[in-house]
Design a protein around this ligand. Structure first.
Ligand SMILES: [Zn+2]
Length: 384
């Protein structure tokens, strides 16, 4: 039960940090406090700050803050049990879920029922309390659906081994219609002679193609993939593995094949001598295409601590502001997703590029981020 208390502690910390950021925005942002989005950026910076400390995403910090605030206000007794470790986080989530959208005059009655049933396992606890809520507050199902539909959204969750989950929250009927459409197309493709993909694979490929707006993306036509191959391996002197897009390890043989044959691959040879190219400064603000690609390959994802947004979808940020003398060079550029790019420019989060001890300054460097409250986190570039 100590675990539950620790979770409650974390939820409370998340709620506190939001309150603090709203009360003292100048701690977190250097925007003038009269700016319309000063408080919003202060909250974002504070949420990112706590997220980095706890090792969770900004989304999780906001969700936990929301849960804590909801329980503190609407069910203080339940919150107290949770903080004492007398109620698990699973139970607390169920209660918060049931309280969402419940009219204020029902809060106290629900809380009584929760306390009476708190020893039940979480599944039965949820089932019984749903009935309680249905009696306390007989809902208009259409209205309930309408308000639930407000939360429709799309998001990505990184998975292992170069995979990611693409998730859509949709009204049920739209979701089923979409699934039937994808299934229909996949089954049609499955009848094509020579097609050897399984039905689940075909559905995934079809849905991916439809959403990516391209039926050629999967085959690689028109898509540039960077293949990194150690120069010794290319020459056949070593079996050191290479990478695809800086993240997916490939064996030396495959790396050699790709690097020598495929015209749509952008080749990067890694060798202590070749790093000289990293030092080329350009006069323009906008990096040329080859530099752009190289930066995104050296840092395959958004450089903000803990962010997994793929570099392909990121902005390139000048670590040292271009207007303040920062150069457009591989060393001074980093990929940042739009959210973290805006956060960097509108809050007291700062970033520096640190020379790696023992390496010449022309090598890929790592960056150190400092949060508004002085917490630092170092990002090592991926190994090549
Ligand atoms: Zn990011």
């Amino acid at each position: 039960m100590q675990a539950a208390a620790a979770v409650a502690e974390q939820w409370a910390a998340c709620a506190d940090v939001l309150v603090e950021a709203r009360a003292f925005p100048d701690v977190f942002t250097d925007l003038p406090l009269t700016a319309p989005d000063a408080v919003e950026f202060a909250v974002r910076a504070a949420v990112a700050d706590l997220g980095v400390r706890l090792g969770v995403s900004a989304r999780v910090v906001r969700e936990q803050a929301h849960l804590a605030e909801l329980l503190m206000v609407r069910a203080p007794t339940v919150w107290a049990y949770f903080r004492e470790g007398e109620l698990t986080a699973g139970h607390a989530r169920v209660v918060a879920d049931l309280l969402t959208g419940l009219p204020q005059d029902c809060w106290a009655s629900l809380q009584e029922q929760v306390v009476a049933r708190r020893a039940l396992p979480v599944g039965r606890f949820r089932a019984q309390l749903r009935l309680v809520v249905a009696k306390l507050n007989p809902v208009d199902l259409a209205a309930a659906h309408q308000s639930a539909a407000m939360s429709r959204s799309v998001w990505i969750e990184p998975d292992r081994d170069g995979m990611a989950l693409f998730i859509q929250r949709l009204p049920e009927q739209v979701a089923y219609r979409a699934y039937r459409h994808v299934d229909h197309l996949a089954r049609r493709q499955a009848r094509v002679p020579g097609e050897c993909r399984t039905l689940p694979q075909l559905r995934a490929d079809t849905a991916g193609d439809l959403l990516a707006g391209s039926l050629t993306a999967r085959t690689g036509v028109g898509v540039t993939v960077a293949v990194t191959v150690p120069v010794q391996s290319l020459l056949g002197h070593s079996e050191q593995p290479g990478t695809l897009d800086g993240v997916i390890p490939i064996d030396a043989h495959t790396a050699r094949e790709l690097a020598s044959h495929a015209p749509s691959f952008f080749r990067i040879l890694t060798d202590p001598i070749s790093s000289a190219v990293l030092d080329v400064d350009r006069d323009s603000y906008r990096p040329p295409a080859d530099m752009d690609r190289l930066v995104r390959t050296l840092s395959p994802s958004c450089d903000f601590p803990g962010c997994g947004a793929p570099a392909r979808a990121c902005d390139l940020d000048h670590i040292q502001d271009w207007r303040h003398g920062g150069t457009t060079s591989v060393i001074n550029l980093q990929p940042l997703c739009r959210d973290h790019h805006r956060l960097k420019h509108n809050s007291r989060w700062t970033v520096t590029r640190d020379p790696e001890p023992g390496h010449p300054p022309s090598n890929p460097h790592r960056t150190t981020w400092t949060s508004p409250t002085g917490h630092t986190r170092t990002n090592d570039p991926p190994p090549f």
